[in-house]
Design a protein around this ligand. Structure first.
Ligand SMILES: C[S@@+](CC[C@H](N)C(=O)[O-])C[C@H]1O[C@@H](n2cnc3c(N)ncnc32)[C@H](O)[C@@H]1O
Length: 338
């Protein structure tokens, strides 16, 4: 679908890349069918983010236990100018932009270089993208937005031509950690393909740390993270005419020390049958059986720098916070011959 929403002065354009004829794997629910028919049932974590899910995620960012947002924001606050000075003026392309709150710290830095801002937010959550785009336009008079509603892969393959000679793709919030190593490699390859040699990639990464800090961040005392997880069932019900009963599932999350990742599940509290009519899918659950709804990998900085380098994304500089909890890596796209 190509909904274009243009303001009279053309500062806002939003294109919906989702496929109305449902022939695309990530939109027609085939990924839900595949996930729910595996031995370990899974649901791709982008289904956590309908508009309600995005709202709940904003509440998570404010929780005392959830350190990643404020830690990454502080790194951006401290080093935004260094990033902008290194890259110079460039079109800013954000994967999983959400509310674009931390993006403002980058805008402030780029704006102080004295240039107009060009921004491409990319997100599956259409409502959140539109709302935050309108707020940004109010606050940044020299900003032009070309939003893309769709998955990272869809959007990276369909970027509009850039008005500037350089681009920077940025991926904050350690959202990379939601992907298994092979998928991360594919994302790096898509990023590289979408950019030209000399362009930039900025990556926010949550680093490995103790279980005592990690587990509460994904299982807060107020139950906001649990609500985020349950909302996924409501989302599937709405989207695929399902009859999941959230009261028949329990939020369960833990840090898998061996794999270095937080794993989040919904555990069935009883034997039950669930139907998703629009997908023609019936799923049986035993008591105690789980659906994995998210992984959140925690990284080692040097290992990731090496991997990026191997993928043709040369790390230029890494910034961390005082406790080494989070890292921001700025990479430059290498030319094919390097
Ligand atoms: C963890 S939030 C991060 C939001 C923001 N970048 C931050 O750092 O606070 C992930 C965002 O990515 C979006 N998202 C998740 N999976 C996606 C996918 N496969 N393609 C596009 N957007 C996705 C969600 O809707 C959400 O807004």
């Amino acid at each position: 679908m190509s909904i274009s929403l243009s303001t009279p002065n053309k500062r806002l354009n939003i294109q919906d890349l989702r496929d109305p004829d449902r022939s695309n794997l990530t939109n027609d629910g085939s990924d839900v069918i595949i996930g729910l028919t595996q031995e370990q049932k899974t649901i791709p974590c982008h289904y956590l983010y309908d508009d309600r899910g995005s709202e709940i995620f904003e509440q998570i960012c404010e929780l005392p236990e959830y350190y990643p947002t404020r830690t990454e924001a502080q790194i951006l606050r401290d080093n935004g100018s260094a990033i902008a000075q290194t890259t110079g003026n460039c079109e800013l392309i954000e994967l999983g932009s959400g509310s674009s709150t931390k993006t403002r710290l980058l805008f402030d830095a780029y704006q102080s270089l004295g240039h107009a801002l060009y921004y491409i937010p990319i997100d599956v959550s259409a409502g959140m993208l539109e709302l935050s785009a309108k707020q940004l336009l109010n606050d940044y008079p020299h900003l032009t937005i070309n939003g893309l509603v769709g998955t990272y892969e869809q959007a990276l393959q369909q970027l509009p031509p850039s008005p500037l000679s350089k681009r920077m793709v940025f991926f904050l919030g350690s959202s990379l950690g939601n992907f298994a190593p092979k998928q991360c490699q594919e994302i790096f390859q898509e990023v590289k393909k979408a950019l030209n040699p000399g362009d930039y990639f900025l990556l926010g990464l949550d680093l490995q740390k103790s279980k005592a800090i990690l587990e509460p961040a994904y299982n807060d005392r107020q139950g906001v993270t649990a609500e985020f997880n349950y909302n996924l069932l409501d989302h599937l019900n709405r989207r695929f005419q399902g009859n999941f009963k959230r009261q028949n599932f329990q939020h369960w999350t833990f840090y898998n020390t061996e794999l270095g990742q937080i794993e989040t599940y919904l555990r069935s509290t009883q034997p039950q049958t669930v139907q998703l009519k629009a997908l023609d899918l019936t799923v049986e659950f035993e008591e105690g059986e789980t659906i994995r709804t998210e992984i959140s990998r925690k990284f080692q900085r040097q290992e990731m720098e090496q991997q990026l380098d191997q993928e043709g994304l040369k790390p230029l500089k890494t910034w961390t916070d005082a406790e080494d909890w989070f890292a921001l890596l700025l990479c430059e796209v290498k030319s094919a011959s390097v």
